[in-house]
Design a protein around this ligand. Structure first.
Ligand SMILES: Nc1ncnc2c1ncn2[C@@H]1O[C@H](COP(=O)(O)OP(=O)(O)OP(=O)(O)O)[C@@H](O)[C@H]1O
Ligand SMILES: [Mg+2]
Length: 434
């Protein structure tokens, strides 16, 4: 390696030149030499700022050529990090900028050794964009909100070729993959280091403001958001999804009973039909964007007829009621399931339990990616009145989850009458509600 690349940038001096004075919590992260740094901290702690600064410092290190990504769970968040990086570069490092393409979220800098360093911001919304090159570093902002498979399936692999490093920084969100990474950082592995720091440890905020928030929002939520606690019971609802997702679709077999769950498209989502057999294997899924109702009925009936006149359980709330009638009129064996807070909770709990007990077989993600993804991201959150509610995170659908839940409900009803009694209590809010 040429000597010009051997020199190391002094981060402290570099940050000073950018007018950035890290607070003590940020300072510890910037000073750490661990290859994997995992930071669980409260909201408004200074996460995005620290992430942007790390990206710039990494890019200015003398090297012949480097590339690093700044990843966030959504386009909006990725933009937020990238615009910080871009503004800082434009205001303090103008003569180092080789290319700045905001639309591609791509910045190329001439680093302190005269080599070229590229920073790209990526949204984990679109895993396809996470394929490709080997990276020198990856920085993830709001990492706990990333879909579980993004780290293992896409990001960590990018670091292998170049022995790259990672900084994962986030407010906790239940005990998912980010928590596991955090725990590794608390163990003996010298490659991992982790920190846990509440908002009030950051000097950026006044105690009174934080206390006012403490009064305003539910205790659990406050502890998670501001206290940066990993709280069980928020986060993903369905576990063991990838283990269950291993089968092919099946053709109908003679003398076999089949059970269908049907979720009807409301305004802009999908109609989904899931058919299962008695062994709780999903044998068929049909998912289609809203077409007119009579066409939908013909399509649903054809599928159920093919599966030995499968019984259908359909969400009969709202538009579902007349459709239920129309399905019956067409000769389908259809029953309604009226959704209330309580019945929806029962449905989701039953499905969660079946997955927990590993008694359900789902299609391989290659066959039905939407179903698997919807199950994996379906989450708990804590409402303003301190109840727990479940649903798809914004930007996701839940129609596959509901259709599967309905099919699984019939099977529970028919063959497992005792199951609901064993639901783990963590699935319920304080008054048994969602
Ligand atoms: N060391 C610092 N010195 C001065 N201001 C800072 C510092 N770190 C962060 N800030 C400012 O504090 C505010 C919050 O920082 P930042 O957006 O990085 O926090 P965050 O933890 O990402 O917040 P959120 O939880 O909203 O994503 C921003 O206005 C940022 O510019
Ligand atoms: Mg932020």
């Amino acid at each position: 390696m040429a000597t010009k690349y051997k020199k190391r940038l002094s981060k402290a001096a570099f940050f000073k030149s950018l007018g950035y004075a890290p607070h003590p919590g940020q300072q510890e992260i910037h000073e750490s030499k661990a290859r994997f740094r995992v930071v669980a901290c409260g909201v408004r702690w200074g996460k995005t700022r620290a992430a942007a600064m790390e990206a710039l410092a990494a890019a200015m290190q003398p090297a012949e050529r480097t590339i690093g990504w700044v990843v966030a769970p959504t386009y909006d968040l990725a933009d937020r990090v990238f615009s910080q990086v871009a503004i800082l570069a434009a205001s303090h490092l103008l003569h180092h900028i080789v290319t700045l393409t905001e639309s591609e979220r791509r910045l190329v800098l001439r680093n302190m050794g005269g080599g070229l360093s590229e920073i790209r911001a990526k949204s984990a919304d679109s895993p396809v964009s996470l394929l490709g090159e080997g990276l020198d570093f990856v920085i993830v902002d709001e990492a706990a909100q990333l879909r579980p498979k993004i780290w293992e399936g896409y990001l960590s692999q990018r670091l292998l070729d170049k022995n790259g490093w990672a900084l994962l920084i986030s407010t906790p969100n239940g005990k998912g993959w980010f928590y596991e990474m955090f725990r590794r950082g608390q163990g003996k592995d010298p490659e991992y280091q982790s920190w846990n720091s509440p908002t009030w440890k950051s000097p950026l905020h006044k105690k009174e403001r934080i206390d006012a928030e403490r009064m305003r929002i539910p205790d659990k939520l406050f502890r998670q958001m501001y206290g940066a606690e990993f709280i069980e019971g928020s986060g993903v609802v369905f576990r063991y999804v990838s283990e269950a997702a291993r089968a092919q679709f099946q053709d109908p077999k003679p003398n076999t009973a089949y059970f269908a769950g049907l979720d009807l498209a409301k305004v802009e989502d999908f109609t989904v039909l899931v058919i299962m057999n008695r062994a709780r294997e999903v044998v068929y899924v049909d998912r289609f964007q809203r077409v007119d109702w009579s066409t939908q009925i013909v399509r649903i009936k054809a599928a159920c007829d093919r599966f030995n006149h499968a019984e259908i359980l359909v969400d009969s709330t709202g538009i579902g009621d007349p459709i239920l009638e129309a399905l019956r009129h067409a000769g389908c064996l259809a029953q309604g399931y009226a959704f209330t807070q309580k019945t929806k909770a029962d449905l989701i709990n039953n499905l969660a339990l079946m997955l927990e007990q590993k008694i359900i077989v789902l299609p391989d993600p290659k066959i039905c990616p939407e179903l698997i993804e919807e199950l994996e991201v379906y989450q708990y959150s804590i409402t303003d009145n301190d109840n727990t509610r479940t649903g798809a995170p914004s930007g996701y659908h839940d129609d596959c989850v509901i259709a599967l839940g309905l099919a699984a409900w019939t099977l529970r009803d028919r063959f497992q009458p005792m199951m609901v009694a064993t639901i783990p209590p963590m699935f319920f809010g304080p008054d048994g509600q969602y």
